[in-house]
Design a binder for this molecule. Structure first.
Ligand code: ADP
Ligand code: ZN
Length: 604
């Protein structure tokens, strides 16, 4: 049997296992079952693909989405693994061919939907087949608590009963405690080895800014930090998707819209271009992304705050799956928070559910407003304690805070004195001593708080109000024109028992990150030229084969070529991501592009 380490090198072209991949593979190769919880991009596929190559028979991989299956099959084939998928769209003669390939023992991986697997016909077929293992991908679909419940997944319990001697490996990237219990219960994995990875995505840089002119801020970010790279921009509504995509195109960028209102053909065309090319920006509603397996997404930008940390983690996690530097950029504003709160309040769910959702929303808002390391807060949300990361905006440019107790007391008492009946604009006018008709009609120019905040601008006060809402000192009453109200936490502040620290009111422009994503490693103009040429070659090659550019090879492989300066085919095997199959197929072509640019003769 070829050792796992050697398959990793020869087939996948990677020098080392990541995290606990090696132990997981070992467990399954030995014929034991495993439960694997690993964040997106962690490298789950290898955990069953390598055992599939090492064990006798065909591995059955259960996967919930056709797009996901087709992608995985294309990926496996690209590295020379014989893989296939059966689903509702598979033609009959392909199925016949698959059956033959299983018979002859050449097919190593078969992807199948849960519905198909659990048909009696398919099971009878399996009864007479040597199965190396069952891999249950996206295993959280088994749970009603999860976010993608699929009832058919629960029937997979039959695998344990019908095939007790075949190892099962369940894999997922998201599972809270309840979902984990469900997975173990329904897939009968209570005795299986459990492998839980850290949820940290160290290569993702987190950057959060307050919204001023969202569009312009987004354009700025893309142009300064991520020009020419693949990225996803998330917006809340279809209208803003269209609007932003147009704006980015008008600014000379390659942006495409994606939302459920577009004709299906446009959608799949845009998605295809995004996954297959390496410099497209997709502007989408959050529905986009599930099942899209593109490793070289260099940034995910949120133009609106997500409704929970779970959503944020999943969406931002679509960046940098190849492990190279990537950015999660988020722009948030008060209106955004208000709108989301309102949506929850007005939804038809139970009061208890509303409270849960408001809490989730607040946890997300805390991450936006925090002056601490964003990653520490993010991981804490998933029950993981960590140290300041050094790779988020707050770690790199710690925000300064000042003691704003006195200002906040002025605000709180003004809200109290106008009877907790008025929205921010009104309260600010009273504070700044601007008596409009409304205020005089109410006699509020007589209040002791009238004019006590004249020293600050309207914008300053709005900022203070926002921060106070963020710290839960005040709340806006959505059922009453957003009237500002005090929360119980405001009392100790009013009484002078507790101080309040706020971020500076007039913030300097957020410092831009040192350099852009691409220039972090390119040193010379020559390297840049080679990089662009190799990317162009990869794109042309991908088009001619009608597969995604990343399936030819990842950015890290191109970088490694530039770094290692190969001269002949014999220099290629140590290069990251180049296994035997890819060297045989593309090695010469890569050298033909590379060598002349590096001042050497082609054909060496
Ligand atoms: P997941 O399914 O966990 O989201 P994938 O299996 O798609 O992640 O892997 C993400 C990327 O990481 C892929 O491009 C994969 O080839 C790569 N990868 C996996 N394991 C390793 C490893 N040990 N070394 C380098 N790259 C790896
Ligand atoms: Zn940090």
């Amino acid at each position: 049997m070829i050792p796992a380490q050697q398959i990793l090198q020869d087939t996948f072209g990677y020098p080392n296992f990541r995290g606990n991949q090696a132990q997981i593979i070992d467990t399954v190769v030995q014929g034991n079952s495993a439960f694997v919880l690993m964040p997106t991009g962690g490298g789950k596929s290898l955990c069953y693909q390598i055992p599939a190559l090492m064990r006798e028979g065909v591995a059955i991989v259960i996967s919930p989405l056709i797009a996901l299956m087709d992608d995985q099959v294309a990926n496996a084939r690209a590295v020379g693994i014989h893989a296939a998928a059966v689903h509702s769209g598979t033609p009959a003669d392909t199925i016949r061919q698959i059956a033959e390939d299983i018979d002859s023992g050449s097919l190593k991986l078969l992807y199948v939907s849960p519905e198909r697997l659990t048909t009696e016909k398919f099971l009878r077929f399996l009864d007479h087949t040597t199965v190396s293992l069952f891999a249950i991908d996206e295993a959280h679909c088994v749970s009603q608590w999860g976010h993608d419940f699929r009832p058919e997944y629960q029937q997979l319990s039959l695998l344990a009963q019908r095939y007790p001697h075949i190892p099962r490996i369940a894999l997922t990237a998201t599972a809270d405690a309840q979902t984990r219990l469900d997975i173990k219960h329904y897939l009968q994995l209570n005795d299986a080895a459990e492998f839980i990875s850290s949820f940290d995505r160290p290569n993702i840089h987190y950057q959060v800014i307050e919204r001023q002119n969202g569009k312009k801020q987004l354009l700025d970010f893309i142009q300064k930090q991520a020009a020419g790279q693949s990225g996803i921009v998330y917006c809340l509504s279809r209208k803003s998707v269209e609007d932003i995509a147009q704006y980015l195109c008008d600014s000379g960028l390659n942006a495409l819209p994606y939302h459920a209102g577009l004709p299906i053909q446009t959608r799949s065309q845009n998605q295809h271009r995004f996954t297959h090319e390496d410099n497209i920006i997709i502007v989408a509603t959050v529905a986009f992304g599930m099942g899209i397996d593109k490793p070289d997404v260099r940034y995910v930008a949120h133009l609106d705050m997500p409704q929970s940390v779970e959503h944020f983690y999943q969406e931002s996690g679509r960046a940098g799956r190849d492990g190279l530097p990537a950015t999660s950029w988020l722009c948030y504003g008060m209106n955004n928070l208000m709108l989301l709160r309102e949506r929850i309040q007005e939804s038809s769910v139970s009061e208890q559910q509303k409270q849960i959702e408001l809490q989730k929303l607040n946890a997300m808002f805390d991450i936006c407003e925090t002056a601490e390391c964003r990653r520490v807060l993010l991981l804490r949300h998933f029950g993981e304690e960590s140290q300041p990361c050094g790779n988020c905006d707050n770690c790199q440019h710690p925000p300064i805070r000042f003691d704003a107790t006195e200002l906040v007391q002025k605000l709180l008492s003004c809200i109290y004195r106008v009877g907790q009946q008025y929205a921010a604009g009104y309260v600010i006018n009273v504070l700044r001593g601007k008596a409009d008709d409304w205020i005089t009609r109410n006699g509020h120019e007589q209040l002791s708080t009238f004019g006590i905040g004249a020293g600050l601008t309207d914008k300053n006060w709005r900022n203070i109000i926002r921060q106070c809402i963020g710290q839960n000192l005040i709340a806006a009453d959505v059922s009453h024109h957003q009237a500002l109200m005090l929360t119980p936490a405001a009392l100790p502040v009013l009484k002078g028992e507790q101080s309040v620290m706020l971020r500076p009111l007039k913030r300097e422009k957020a410092a831009t990150q040192s350099g852009s994503l691409k220039s972090q490693w390119l040193r010379t103009e020559r390297e840049e030229r080679i990089w662009q040429a190799l990317r162009q070659w990869r794109l042309d090659q991908a088009r001619s084969e009608n597969i995604a550019a990343y399936m030819i090879c990842g950015d890290k492989t191109l970088q490694d070529i530039i770094r290692q300066q190969p001269r002949t085919l014999a220099d290629l095997p140590p290069i990251y991501g180049l296994g035997d199959a890819k060297i045989a197929k593309y090695g010469q072509a890569i050298l033909d592009v590379y060598l002349p640019l590096n001042g050497q003769e082609a054909g060496g």
